[in-house]
Ligand binder design. Structure first.
Ligand SMILES: Cc1cc2nc3c(=O)[nH]c(=O)nc-3n(C[C@H](O)[C@H](O)[C@H](O)COP(=O)(O)O)c2cc1C
Length: 335
């Protein structure tokens, strides 16, 4: 099969998504992992404004046949200007997948991502997400139909199996049959959930597929990134998830130019919070909930911030949250 070029999704978005970081002469593009509840359009577009350096963003999974208003907001072109965005679908039903893909086409998208990685017990039990990998014949039939009928190019984000790494070979044999626009490999089994370390070695087997590849899993530090490039010197794309939420400067740090810029971080967080206040109903409660989800990851970025982060997590009003943030930023430096 001819090697596909990486034009996976641009649709509504970015003419200039090719921001790159050079390491050991190798050009690597970074993608922001979809994270349900966190990487909303508000988070993504504010990230782009303050940090950038992302070649491609993904929406968290869309799972309703008729997009909910939250999902519509997430994919609206005017909410995603200037960025390359690929919407992600979680489904194991052809009709549902095609319906959502059709709606996304109407918004101007050209590529969609299929979620074959969600490890959640309830999702996997219904053979969706990573649970779909448990029924390879059904998965194959589903892929045959969507690749034939989808109005959009299809990229795939996958785990490497359900229970055992030995499954990976059979899964790759299935993917090999289709013109996958990009294969993002999260090198964990469904049963690993997030508890066990990523199995970086498994990535190598995917290299025989003639499709653009992207590595995902546990690249949270320069050390992990160096180990990845050492193992795969020709790596072209890396997707960053929790590490990027925990340290929005991660890409600069991986490129050897961390700024440790507290003012920028403060502006970034305030901007996100203000936008949630402006766009969410439900008063303080819902906005606080969204901000606290970010703080689950962000707290460790500061030196000795334990007691301040605790206050942030305990805040029940936005005024308390703001005061706790002020105290943290005044007292703690960035690691
Ligand atoms: C809270 C949370 C929500 C996530 N939501 C999604 C999602 O909607 N779609 C998806 O493909 N992966 C989702 N993931 C998985 C991440 O995209 C990523 O594959 C995983 O975190 C491993 O990468 P990392 O080690 O860089 O974080 C989620 C992970 C977390 C922790």
């Amino acid at each position: 099969m001819e090697r596909l070029s990486f034009d996976s999704g641009v649709g509504v978005s970015c003419p200039d998504a090719g921001k790159r970081i050079f390491d050991c002469g190798q050009e690597v593009e970074f993608e922001m992992a979809p994270m349900e509840g966190i990487t909303t359009y508000i988070y993504r577009s504010t990230y782009e404004k303050y940090y950038g350096g992302i070649a491609c963003y993904y929406t968290p999974f869309l799972a309703s046949m008729h997009l909910s208003s939250r999902e519509k907001n997430d994919v609206l072109p005017e909410h995603n200007e200037g960025m390359r965005l690929i919407p992600q679908i979680l489904s194991n039903r052809t009709e549902e997948f095609l319906e959502i893909a059709g709606a996304l086409k109407d918004y101007g998208y050209t590529c969609v991502n299929l979620n074959l990685g969600c490890p959640s017990g309830t999702v996997a039990a219904k053979h969706r997400g990573a649970g779909f990998l448990a029924v390879p014949q059904e998965l194959d039939a589903f892929l045959a139909e969507i690749f034939e009928k989808s109005p959009l190019n299809i990229s795939i984000k996958t785990r490497i199996g359900v229970n055992d790494e030995a499954e990976w070979e059979q899964i790759l044999k299935i993917y090999e049959k289709y013109p996958v626009a990009e294969l993002i490999v999260h090198t964990r089994l469904q049963q690993d959930f997030y508890k066990y370390p990523a199995r970086m070695d498994a990535f190598g087997a995917a290299k025989r597929l003639c499709v653009p590849l992207c590595y995902n899993g546990d690249i949270h530090s320069p050390e992990a990134y160096r180990a990845l490039l050492f193992a795969y010197p020709d790596m072209e794309r890396v997707m960053l998830g929790r590490g990027l939420i925990a340290n929005p400067e991660l890409i600069e740090e991986l490129g050897g130019t961390p700024r440790r810029d507290k003012d920028r971080l403060r502006g970034f967080l305030s901007d996100i919070c203000d936008r949630y206040i402006g766009e969410m109903s439900g008063g303080d409660r819902n906005t606080l909930y969204k901000m606290k989800e970010i703080w689950v990851y962000l707290g460790d970025l500061f030196e000795d911030a334990g007691k301040y982060v605790k206050k942030i997590k305990k805040a029940t009003r936005l005024t308390e949250y703001e005061a706790a943030m002020d105290a943290l930023f005044a007292a703690c430096s960035l690691r």
